[in-house]
Design a binder for this molecule. Structure first.
Ligand SMILES: *Cc1c(COP(=O)(O)O)cnc(C)c1O
Length: 401
């Protein structure tokens, strides 16, 4: 057996089978490239589902982490530490908001947003206790906790995990009329991904996000944008909501906020909304720890320059031009996305998403399939144009173009 086979067999024997990874075992990584235990190199066109927007082991982020490792890494929120204020102030400023609630993973941040919205509903909006409703979209992906999968429409994510948390209303994504009908006086929030990542990079119809903004403002309902995957440069802007000139009431951030180094997530909102919490009502041992803050402060500084957003916009235009050519060959039935982010539906005659992903792996390119026919391309924003073109050439070769 090869070293790869030994390690995969051992992992399968000793870990829950809640993933179906491609058969590659990564040992090291740098920028847009990973090297496996056999010394083979792979171009990373997934970037940890956007957790690696700044590439693997980005120099600035590793330096920030290393410097913090030499000072203090964890205090818990029982005490203040000297990176916390800076992190919160800078993240609030980047978002054009006032307050930050730091957590670790995306799912925790979504849970925190749900709790925030409910509390705001009872304390500020005046909804009767226990009656709060949150409107969500079909085909959403907001994480894996019992409450979050309660409002998933994906049978794989939900089945056998009940009983489910009540208080959510599901409407078709992109359907403003359905949303308008679902909102009642008990609705405290609408929770949406401005572009649905896991669903296959689904971009809603033009005007949808602006329409949701108008509706939620009219009805005194919080608009919560889950920008965990779409935010922080991925679509060519800091936030995907910006493409429709929309500012939500609350951003939920994660993934790239931790720079591919540590898990960092946050809810960012106004003082009116996040001001509802009192000591002891919510928390996290690791949320806002010094190491997380140090890395995130550097991430925010990098985003403030705008260079990564500009790069994503520019290379993204190139990517989508090339993918449109591929679509015209009939090998691909649909391409969606914005910036350096694309969902590509493979025509059935040319293989499933999984088969295409495996063939790309054999050619040194790593992507991940989703929902059968789709592959998702989300390279690190630091990828060079040459590497991106090489990756696209491999995709054309796999599809026989
Ligand atoms: C990944 C993701 C989450 C969950 O984040 P975890 O860190 O895996 O818990 C939530 N929402 C969206 C849109 C995501 O892409």
């Amino acid at each position: 057996m090869t070293r790869t086979e030994v390690l995969i067999a051992s992992a399968e024997a000793n870990s829950a089978h809640n993933y179906h990874p491609l058969p590659v075992v990564v040992a090291t990584a740098d920028g847009a490239w990973m090297t496996d235990v056999e010394g083979r190199r792979f171009l990373d066109l997934l970037a940890g589902y956007s957790a690696l927007n700044f590439g693997h082991r980005n120099r600035r982020l590793i330096d920030a982490a290393r410097a913090q490792l030499e000072r203090v890494t964890l205090t818990s929120r029982a005490f203040h530490h000297d990176r916390f204020a800076e992190f919160c102030a800078q993240l609030a400023e980047l978002c054009g908001m006032e307050m930050v609630l730091p957590m670790n993973t995306g799912a925790e941040a979504v849970e925190s947003a749900v709790k925030t919205a409910r509390k705001w509903g009872y304390k500020v909006k005046g909804v009767l206790d226990g009656m709060a409703k949150i409107v969500v979209a079909s085909d959403n992906f907001h994480g894996r906790t019992t409450t979050i999968i309660s409002f998933s429409t994906d049978p794989e994510a939900r089945a056998d995990f009940g009983p489910y948390t009540p208080g959510f209303e599901i409407v078709p994504y992109g359907d403003l009329t359905a949303m308008r009908e679902a909102v009642t006086e008990n609705t405290v929030a609408v929770l949406l991904e401005p572009i649905q990542g896991e669903a296959g990079v689904l971009v809603p119809p033009a005007g949808y996000l602006a329409g949701v903004r108008e509706l939620t403002r009219e009805r005194n309902v919080l608009f919560i944008a889950d920008e965990i995957q779409s935010g922080l440069g991925r679509t060519g802007r800091t936030f995907a909501c910006e493409h429709e000139g929309v500012v939500p009431d609350m951003y939920v951030l994660g993934k790239a906020l931790g720079g591919g180094v540590v898990p960092v997530s946050a809810v960012v909102s106004s003082a009116e909304v996040l001001g509802v919490f009192r000591p002891g009502e919510h928390g996290s041992t690791f949320g806002g720890n010094p190491l997380a803050c140090a890395v995130a402060i550097e991430v925010i500084a990098m985003l403030r320059s705008g260079e990564f957003q500009a790069r994503s916009a520019e290379l993204g235009e190139h990517l989508h031009r090339e993918l449109a050519v591929l679509r015209d060959t009939g090998r691909v039935t649909q391409v969606r996305g914005r910036g350096l982010w694309a969902g590509i539906d493979i025509a059935p005659a040319y293989g499933t998403g999984r088969e295409v992903s495996e063939k790309l792996m054999d050619r040194g390119v790593l992507v991940k399939d989703t929902h059968g026919a789709t592959i998702r391309i989300a390279p690190p924003l630091v990828i060079s144009k040459e590497d991106l073109d090489w990756g696209l050439a491999q995709l054309r070769a796999v599809l026989g173009v």
